[in-house]
Design a protein around this ligand. Structure first.
Ligand SMILES: *Cc1c(COP(=O)(O)O)cnc(C)c1O
Length: 398
């Protein structure tokens, strides 16, 4: 295997996403090779011994590492400005490993209340089974983070913009509180995408992604990744992943790697279209309320300017008429389809209060900004005028 000489620090993101991390086999292939193999052959018994002792570099078993997966991890680390990345089978495997890897019985975590449903289950239901306490706070309110800290607090977790209400949390502010408490901050950066928000540069210790979303971007493979310093990964994450085995398939890592090559053009186009559609929807008489991080009327526009470099591919829109209005609207859409996924080339809508956030009581949903008329809209790569026509026709049915 050879590594072509490139100078990442001097290259811009678009260039790094095409080239970084690439290694070539002796065949000199242009595209990254897919090493669909479970294991690796050692030249002799001494070499196997040396590799198990970590005295010789090389691969031993794909649950530990794989050359295709390594390229994906290195390209993601370059994009994020992280020292190291560890890929996982799904975004949830990344969140679970990042949190469980940091705590033991008697420890305590603090997390924002408005989390992706499964992330919230991990901190609120799973961790307490193993004697780890958890306090949920109103993410944008820094005083609540400060008040939640106990002498046992080891880790903070947040997601911004939040799913599905697109509320923004001050990453630098929360990181400072975490560090004063001797704790770490992990940020789930899915909704911002690695292009528009850099949590590590803002003081976070660890960033997690569901690569299933914008990184694949074409609705094919599940995947996830944890990005942090070498010390963080080696202390908290690496052994947990290697021994428990939520390993990404090299095939999925390869698909995601190819997804990274087109990430900037896809996400930029989707964001541009989202901004255009958000402006149309915000003025529409059938729309009760709209939240879009790229608009000047977002309640946290000032924080967005400080922390993000782009809007989002997601729009949170509240249709008039509550659940009935939202259902009529969604059922009348023809081009935009109903699916709980996001970040796809295909535009998708979901009704959070009856699907992703169904298990919460109405009061808890309201606390998370989820009203019955709320529809989460993931903007795809279709022509913006076709999307606008579909929305306009469907809103007429409300
Ligand atoms: C989808 C998602 C996850 C979970 O990712 P999977 O790849 O589905 O496991 C976690 N956090 C956020 C914000 C997500 O959107």
């Amino acid at each position: 295997m050879t590594k072509p000489a490139i100078a990442p620090a001097t290259h811009r993101v678009e260039t790094r996403l095409v080239h970084d991390g690439q290694t070539r086999s002796p065949f000199g292939e242009t595209s990254e090779a897919l090493f669909l193999t479970q294991g690796f052959i050692y030249d002799n018994a001494e070499s196997a011994e040396a590799r198990f002792l970590n005295e010789e570099a090389g691969y031993s078993y794909t649950r530990y590492s794989n050359p295709t997966t390594t390229i994906f991890e290195e390209r993601m680390a370059s994009l994020e400005g992280a020292e190291m990345g560890q890929a996982t089978a799904t975004g949830m495997a990344a969140v679970t490993a990042a949190m469980m890897g940091q705590v033991k019985a008697g420890d305590h975590v603090v997390a924002a209340r408005a989390l992706f449903g499964s992330c919230r289950w991990v901190v609120e239901d799973l961790l307490p089974r193993f004697g780890v306490g958890c306090t949920l706070v109103d993410g944008p309110n820094l005083d609540e983070w400060r008040a939640a800290v106990t002498p046992a607090t080891k880790a903070f977790l947040l997601e911004t913009p939040s799913n599905p209400s697109l509320e923004i949390i001050d990453i630098a502010g929360v990181a400072e509180i975490a560090h004063e408490a001797g704790a770490t901050l992990t940020v789930d950066n899915v909704f911002a995408s690695p292009l528009f928000q850099r949590p590590l540069a803002l003081g976070a210790d660890c960033v997690v992604y569901s690569a299933t979303k914008h990184i694949d971007g074409q609705g094919r493979c599940l995947g996830g990744i944890i990005l942090a310093s070498v010390a963080f990964i080696e202390t908290h994450v690496q052994q947990f992943l290697r021994m428990t085995g939520p390993t990404i398939s090299p095939f999925n890592a390869w698909v995601l790697l190819k997804g990274l090559e087109t990430l900037p053009i896809r996400v930029e186009r989707q964001t541009e279209t989202a901004g255009f559609l958000a402006d149309f929807l915000a003025e529409h008489p059938k729309v009760q309320h709209l939240t879009y991080p790229g608009r000047a009327d977002h309640p946290q526009a000032e924080l967005i300017r400080r922390q993000m470099t782009g809007g989002s591919t997601m729009i949170a829109l509240e249709v008039k008429g509550g659940k009935e209005g939202a259902f009529r609207f969604m059922n009348a859409l023809k081009l935009i389809r109903i699916s709980n996924n996001l970040g796809d080339a295909k535009s998708l809508v979901t009704h959070p209060s009856t699907t992703t956030h169904q298990r919460f009581t109405p009061d808890l949903r309201l606390e998370m900004g989820i009203r019955d008329g709320l529809v989460r809209f993931s903007v795809g790569l279709e022509h913006r005028d076709d999307l606008l026509a579909d929305l306009d026709r469907a809103l007429a049915e409300v």
